[in-house]
Each structure stands twice: as structure tokens, then as C-alpha cells.
Design a protein around this ligand. Structure first.
Ligand code: HEM
Length: 533
């Protein structure tokens, strides 16, 4: 294109020079001179238009999607159960679909091949987050791992988290904390044997206590600790709710200052509540002069305070933001997964019997479950995987955001759009899974085909690529340990008058069971002393 343009310029210039020599009159000469002067820029201008157009013609179109209303786009039509609503729309518009939400363009990914392109082939481009106003307010302005943009600061935080706090070595060293909390849950359930127990609340409290004990060990004791547990439960529930609701400030940045739905204000109050608690615990820990906690293990707060002194750029704000990530990111996710697993298993007595048979052969009926038993519990592992398939804790992952425009599945995904990867839809796709709505742990037995390391885009409940969950090892331990202990120590029945538990889901940044799981435990171990260990 460029060489043909140069050729034509040369030819035309020659023609005009010939004309010039033939011109005798002054005004004619002037005209030709003017034309000569103007011709090259005119040709360059025409060329740029032609070239520009051809480039535009080559660019892939935007993905298909519903039309929506002027200005508002699809906002008025959003269903609160966003994961299933988007799955329904994708069946109509395809595995990559666009949705205009006010001024924000959302792109929904719902097939293994498009997910692979986003999370693997273009991993770095999509490693940023589309940070909602709520996310900023909850995380000290995005000073944490979840919402930090991809870059050196995020890398530093992630390194601290994965290597120092959530590695297998550190997790082994704080097993005593997990064990102690699990034993006190068993003791409580034993005291309520034969009556209906809200197991959802118990599981949350258990995970919350495990996590806070791992975070600051026995810095906080007795009654103060119980009050703290209850306060956190309330605050985490409110926070995940606010993080999940569509916020007009995200879709119309110009009106953010008015905070129409009061999301930012409410989150600010919650953040201050957490901050006051963090401050007081940090002060107590510092007073203890960084000595070992009473149990002899090193807690996460000690590790983080050491990091603050040793790692350049790691500030007290980062420290608090990481505490927040552990509490908000680690509690609901693990306890809701265990709650869904229990509900599925209680609905299918043959699956419960099979899991208990395995537990009896690995643990025995005259011992209690220890974490060291977990690698031998293959059937229970299949139950956990099947639960994460049907009820992935983060059904749309955490929103990703491309740092530049890129082509995916033949369509342009513009820079700055909000990417929803609908892992929930992929996990229920009948083209991938036989009887996809059936809870059937057997599908995970006898092969290592589906692991959740993020390499298989048919099954990735923890995400994939650079932003894959930072707490997979901890989540696995907590879900497996709770499930194993609950199913080994008790038989579980439905409350009188109920034939089946409902498994309805409620969308939020973390997927919940719509109604809390209320069931009846009956001790199944002969030696009652085991309930008091
Ligand atoms: C069953 C339990 C859990 C599930 C299913 C789960 C799943 C996920 C998913 C899907 C993501 C987003 C990945 C993406 O956007 O591509 C994520 C991110 C994250 N998770 Fe988990 N998670 C669980 C438990 C935990 C626990 C126990 C912790 C820590 C105590 C944790 C810490 C994090 C952090 C820090 C991130 C942000 C990673 C980043 O942006 O770099 N998660 N998790």
C-alpha cells in the first residue's frame, strides 16, 4: 500500500513538471505550483483514511449481547441471581457475550475455550482487577491482594501471603489451632444431640475461630474472643453482601460522589469497625513483646509484624489489608462449601453411608479424625470436588479487567471492561458433564482428570492463572477436616416433617445456601470420651 502511494506521487510529480515546462503564462504557472505544493499532503491524507479504514475493517467486532436501554443498558433487567441469569443469557448469545451496564461494558465468558484464552493465553493482560467502589472501601483503598492491580506491590503481597502464611509448612505448624477449634465444635454438637442444630452458623463460627486463631493465636482470650467471633460474623456477612450488589457508582462514575445506595458509606463504617479491632489486637500482640503464643506456635500476626520490619514497602496498612483478606476471603468461602457438601450428602443417605464406611476404615470408630488422615480419604475428597463443581464459592470468580484491548473467541474485548468468568455455568454445561445437575462424587473417582490446579478449564473452582486463589491449600484442609469430623462423629437426619433439604443458592460475591442448614446430629462413636477430647 505504502509503495504504490509513493509510485503514484512520483508519477504525478513528473506529469506536473512536464506541464510546468509547457506553461507560458504566469498565472498558469502559479496554479501548477500551488497544485504541486498541495498534492503530497493531500495524497498522504487520502492514504491515511484508506489505511485507517482497512485497519478498522480488520479489527474483530465486539461480542454479541442483549441490546439494553439507552444510557442504562441492561442494568434494569439484571436478576439478583447474577450467575444463573448470565448463564441463561449465554445460552442465547454464546460463550463470549457483552452486556452494557450503564457506562461499563461487561464481558461474560462461559466456555472452557474462551476461559482458557482469558486466564491462560492472555493471562498477563487479564491479570488486573476491575475494582468496584465497594472493593476499594473494604480493602484500605485496594491495599490487599484481592483488589491490588497486577504489578510489583501485588507480587510482594502475594509472596508474603502464599510463602509465609498459607504454605503447607506454615499450615502444618498451626494445625493445633485448627484441631482445638474442631474439637470444641464437636463438643458443642454432642451437647445438642437429638435436637435441630443450625449447622450453617456452627460451621461459620468454627471457620472464623480457626482463621482468627491462626491469625493472632491466643492473643485474645475467653469472653472477649466469643464477642469478637459474633462481631466478625455480622460484619463479614454485611461486607460480602455489599460487595455483591450491583452499585450505580460503578456503572456511572460521575455520580459516585453521591453514593446513591450508601454502599461506600456502609462499607466505610464496617472497615472502621475491623480497623479498631485490628489496632487493639496489634497493640496487645506488641505488648506480648513478640514472644511465642501460649500454645508454642507462631501465629500469622507475628509473621506479618516481622515482615513489616524486614520487607521494604510492606506497611501497617498492607498488614491490616491482608488480615482483612484472610477474614473476608477465607471464612464464608470455606464454611459455605462445607455447608453445601453436608446438605448434598444428607439428601443422599447412600453417599453418607459410603463416606462413613471410608472414615471407619481409615480412622476407626475408636479414634478421632486428624488432618493426617485426609490424604487417605479419597471418596470424601471426591465429595468435596463434586460440591465445588455444583456450588463453586465464587461463581463468577473475582472480576478481571484487561489492561489493553484483545481478541478472544474472534471478538474484541475492550481495555477496561469488566470480565465475568462464569465458572458456575461451565461446571454445569451438559456438553462437558454427564447429568450435570446430579450430585455424583463418583465422577471424580479413579482418575486425576479433574484437579483444581487451574490447568483444566472444564473444572476450576479456585480460578486459574496469576490470580488463582491464594488460599487453596488452607481451603482444602479446612473443608476436608470439617467434613471428615462431622461425618465421622455423627449421623445426620432431617428435622421432623422434612423429606429433603433444599439446595437453593443465593448469589453474592460468595455463593451461599439460601436457607441456613438446620439438621439433627446423633453421636455414632461408642466411646463418649471421644466427644470431649
Ligand atoms: C472453598 C474455599 C475457597 C474457594 C472456592 C476460593 C476460590 C477463589 C477464587 C475463585 C478466587 C478468584 C480467582 C480469580 O479471580 O481468578 C479466589 C481468590 C482469592 N482467594 Fe480464595 N477461595 C477459597 C478459600 C480461600 C481461603 C481460605 C483464603 C485465605 C485464607 C483465600 C484467599 C484468596 C485470596 C487472597 C484471593 C485473591 C487472589 C489474587 O487476587 O491474587 N481463599 N479464591
Amino acid at each position: 500500500m505504502a509503495s504504490s502511494t509513493t509510485d503514484s506521487i512520483t508519477e504525478l510529480r513528473k506529469a506536473f513538471l512536464d506541464a510546468w515546462s509547457r506553461c507560458s503564462q504566469v498565472n498558469q504557472r502559479l496554479l501548477v505550483a500551488l497544485a504541486l505544493l498541495l498534492l503530497p499532503p493531500t495524497l498522504i491524507f487520502l492514504n491515511s483514511i484508506l489505511f485507517g479504514n482497512s485497519k478498522r475493517r480488520l479489527q474483530a467486532p465486539l461480542p454479541p449481547g442483549p441490546r439494553g436501554l439507552p444510557l442504562l443498558g441492561s442494568l434494569p433487567f439484571l436478576d439478583p441471581e447474577l450467575h444463573s441469569y448470565l448463564a441463561d443469557l449465554s445460552r442465547k448469545y454464546g460463550p463470549i457475550m457483552k452486556l452494557q451496564l450503564g457506562q461499563k461494558l461487561a464481558v461474560v465468558i462461559s466456555s472452557p475455550s474462551t476461559a482458557r484464552q482469558v486466564l491462560k493465553d492472555h493471562d498477563i493482560i487479564f491479570a488486573n482487577r476491575d475494582v468496584p467502589v465497594a472493593g476499594l472501601a473494604a480493602s484500605y483503598g485496594g491495599s490487599d491482594i484481592v483488589w491490588r492491580p497486577y504489578g510489583p506491590e501485588w507480587r510482594m503481597l502475594r509472596k508474603v501471603c502464599v510463602l509465609k502464611m498459607l504454605s503447607n509448612t506454615t499450615l502444618n505448624s498451626v494445625y493445633s489451632f485448627r484441631r482445638k477449634e474442631m474439637r470444641s465444635t464437636v463438643k458443642f454438637l454432642w451437647s445438642r444431640a437429638g435436637s435441630t442444630v443450625d449447622i450453617g452458623s456452627q460451621l461459620f463460627l468454627n471457620v472464623m475461630n480457626v482463621i482468627t486463631t491462626m491469625l493472632w493465636g491466643d492473643t485474645v482470650h475467653g469472653e472477649e474472643r466469643d464477642i469478637l467471633g459474633a462481631e466478625f460474623r455480622q460484619a463479614v456477612a454485611e461486607m460480602t453482601l455489599l460487595l455483591g450488589i450491583p452499585n450505580l457508582s460503578d456503572f456511572f462514575p460521575a455520580i459516585r460522589r453521591w453514593d446513591v445506595q450508601r454502599v461506600e458509606r456502609k462499607l466505610g463504617v464496617l472497615r472502621t469497625k475491623f480497623d479498631t479491632i485490628f489496632e487493639s489486637i496489634i497493640q496487645q500482640r506488641l505488648k506480648m513483646d513478640n514472644q511465642e503464643s501460649q500454645s508454642g506456635a507462631t501465629d500469622f500476626l507475628q509473621i506479618l509484624l516481622k515482615m513489616k520490619d524486614e520487607e521494604e514497602g510492606f506497611t501497617i496498612t498492607h498488614l491490616k489489608a491482608l488480615l482483612m483478606d484472610m477474614i473476608v476471603g477465607g471464612t464464608d468461602t470455606s464454611s459455605n462449601t462445607t455447608e453445601f457438601a453436608m446438605a448434598e450428602v444428607i439428601n443422599k443417605p447412600e453417599i453418607m453411608a459410603k463416606a462413613q464406611k471410608e472414615l471407619d476404615s481409615v480412622v476407626g470408630k475408636d479414634s478421632i479424625v486428624e488432618e493426617s488422615h485426609i490424604p487417605k480419604l479419597q471418596y470424601l475428597y471426591a465429595i468435596m470436588k463434586e460440591t465445588l463443581r455444583l456450588h463453586p464459592a465464587l461463581p463468577l470468580l473475582v472480576p478481571h479487567c484487561p489492561s489493553e484491548s484483545v481478541t478472544v473467541g474472534g471478538y474484541t474485548v475492550p481495555e477496561g471492561s469488566r470480565i465475568f468468568v462464569n465458572v458456575w455455568a461451565i461446571h454445569r454445561d451438559p456438553c462437558i458433564w454427564e447429568n450435570p445437575l446430579e450430585f455424583d462424587p463418583e465422577r471424580f473417582l479413579g482418575s486425576n482428570k479433574y484437579d483444581y490446579s487451574g490447568n483444566d478449564f472444564s473444572y476450576f473452582p479456585f480460578g486459574s492463572g496469576r490470580r488463582i486463589c491464594a488460599g487453596t491449600a488452607m481451603a482444602e484442609r479446612m473443608v476436608m477436616f470439617s467434613l471428615a469430623t462431622l461425618l465421622h462423629s455423627f449421623n445426620w437426619k432431617l428435622p421432623k416433617g422434612l423429606n429433603e433439604l433444599d439446595l437453593d443458592e443465593k448469589f453474592g460475591i460468595v455463593l451461599k445456601k439460601k436457607s441456613s442448614l438446620a439438621v439433627v446430629p446423633t453421636p455414632r462413636l461408642a466411646n463418649l470420651q471421644l466427644y470431649h477430647e
